[in-house]
Design a protein around this ligand. Structure first.
Ligand code: AHR
Length: 506
């Protein structure tokens, strides 16, 4: 049995819980759009062809923002192909995923879907094969009320009011050699600054995210951020970070500690951004948009693109099926994002449906079911109950040695406090593969009277368990009856490979 402790005190906060931390991502990739969110022949499809069963799950998950339309896809995407009468739209080759894009869903369809899902769009522009001109045209189409070519074209497409989209990504992963139109840091930094400058001339109310590194393991990581921000500091508000985690060579101890890697990545991006701030004598601080993060079993056969003359429409790509350990890691990554709420201003789990996603669907022709993957649960519960301010949490826990990250604590946690309702939410993971843990939480800083409202643990004796269409509910978060408060202390037992949420209130 491991023993661990931490202290919660409402006086020591990191910053507010930011709704944009609970963002997601819809890319024209595999079956994320087609047969994911959109399947006009599905029994639940609405008048726009959107699956109501998926919309219901998206709402239940508490997703706040959705990044669109890519991802690697965006770097060869002509946004104009996706507007106007559907019958007139061209079919195009998608170079990123070696597919055919039918353009049945484009900007206006996506914006209608956002409205139905109650999410804020995070729009990415193409800075691979396109540039400043196309970005300005898109922004004019979206955000100018009327009286100009692109705004009137939008109105002629039946959208009278401008969308006034606030959040814009200046391209995607331009540091990656796989990216269509891949650039050096200097080339990209200049282009991001030029595009940003022009877009802000058109609409100064927008917020801009520059591409950071597509992983902390990239050879250019650090230098890339430095150069890009030196070029584009005045134009951008955030710099992106992307990271995917999986058990490399089956090393579960390191995999379960993936949040350590995310912590270090964020700290390094922040340090680099602040170093540019100092060198450039700037007042504003650049924040982090962690706009792609998840577990992704990179390297599996399913992740291979079609080849040769095979350019299919919406094939099965990146359809990872997640087990309980993956969900524990996802829960821990959310703990890391919340812990950095002072500098992480936005985040997007990649992706939302079917493609490395918490929601999985069958196409209408194959049964049409939709269900929650294991990773759905920690996201939905954290989004629902992390409210108010993030509290500073220092866990005292036993450590163990991992191959990838050295010595790491076996428990990790974050907590939030909503001063308006008095509610405290604690999110904690036990990363041990085999040991139960006993956690003691000192709550005396809250005075008398806090009690357990709800304690839920996601765990299975078989952490390899995965949800399927036939059985998506055998392993879900269940009540943890060990959680109790006495004498100003909460105590709770945490099984190995588990994620737990405990809500406390007077
Ligand atoms: O999310 C899948 C892909 O991962 C995205 O298209 C790309 O940006 C990243 O490499």
């Amino acid at each position: 049995m491991l023993t661990a402790s931490l202290t919660l005190d409402p006086a020591f906060t990191v910053g507010p819980v930011r709704p944009r931390t609970f963002g997601s991502f819809v890319e024209h990739l595999g079956r994320c759009v087609y047969t994911g969110i959109y399947d006009p022949e599905h029994p639940t499809a609405d008048e726009d062809g959107f699956r109501q069963d998926v919309l219901d799950l998206v709402k239940e998950m508490g997703v706040t923002t959705v990044r669109y339309p890519g991802g690697n896809f965006v770097s060869n995407y002509q946004w104009q192909d996706g507007i106007g009468p559907v019958g007139d739209r061209p079919r195009r080759l998608d170079l990123a995923w070696h597919c055919t894009e039918p353009n049945l869903v484009g900007l206006n369809e996506f914006m209608r879907w956002c409205k139905k899902a109650g999410v804020e769009p995070m729009m990415a522009i193409n800075l691979g094969t396109a540039g400043v001109r196309e970005a300005l045209d898109l922004l004019e189409y979206c955000n100018v009320p009327s009286g100009t070519y692109w705004s009137d074209l939008r109105r002629s497409h039946g959208v009278e009011e401008p969308y006034r989209i606030k959040l814009w990504c200046l391209g995607n992963e331009m540091d990656g050699p796989w990216q269509t139109g891949h650039k050096t840091a200097h080339e990209y930094g200049r282009l991001a600054a030029e595009a940003g400058r022009a877009m802000l001339q058109l609409d100064p109310s927008i917020e801009l995210v520059a591409c950071g590194s597509s992983g902390s393991g990239m050879p250019t990581f650090g230098a890339w951020e430095n150069t890009v921000l030196t070029e584009a500091y005045d134009q951008v508000d955030m710099i992106s970070a992307h990271a995917y985690y999986w058990p490399k060579d089956g090393d579960m101890d390191s995999f379960l500690a993936s949040a350590v890697s995310m912590d270090r990545f964020i700290d390094d991006v922040v340090a680099t951004a602040d170093a540019v701030r100092a060198a450039e004598k700037k007042d504003k601080r650049i924040q982090v948009s962690f706009d792609e993060w998840n577990v992704w079993y990179l390297g599996l056969d399913e992740t291979k693109n079609p080849e040769g003359d095979d350019w299919p429409v919406a094939p099965r790509l990146l359809e990872d099926i997640y087990n309980v350990a993956d969900a524990v890691v996802v829960g821990n990554l959310l703990i890391s994002l919340l812990r950095h709420t002072d500098r992480v201003y936005a985040a997007s789990q990649a992706q939302l449906v079917n493609v490395i996603a918490p929601i999985f669907t069958e196409p209408h022709a194959e049964g049409g079911r939709a269900w929650r993957q294991t990773t759905f649960h920690p996201f939905a519960l954290t989004a629902a109950h992390a409210k108010g301010d993030v509290l500073q949490v220092a866990v005292k826990a036993p450590t163990h040695e991992t191959k990838e990250f050295g010595e790491v604590p076996l428990l990790d946690a974050v907590a939030t406090h909503d001063a308006t309702t008095g509610e405290v939410a604690l999110f904690v993971v036990n990363r041990s593969l085999d040991a139960d843990a006993s956690l003691d939480v000192d709550l005396r800083g809250f005075g008398e009277g806090l009690g357990v409202v709800e304690a839920l643990t996601l765990h299975s004796a078989e952490w390899t368990w995965k949800a399927t269409a036939a059985d998506a509910t055998s392993v879900v978060p269940v009540a943890n009856d060990s959680a109790q408060v006495s004498g100003g202390h909460l105590t709770v037992q945490l099984p190995p490979v588990s994620w737990t949420m405990i809500r406390l209130a007077a």
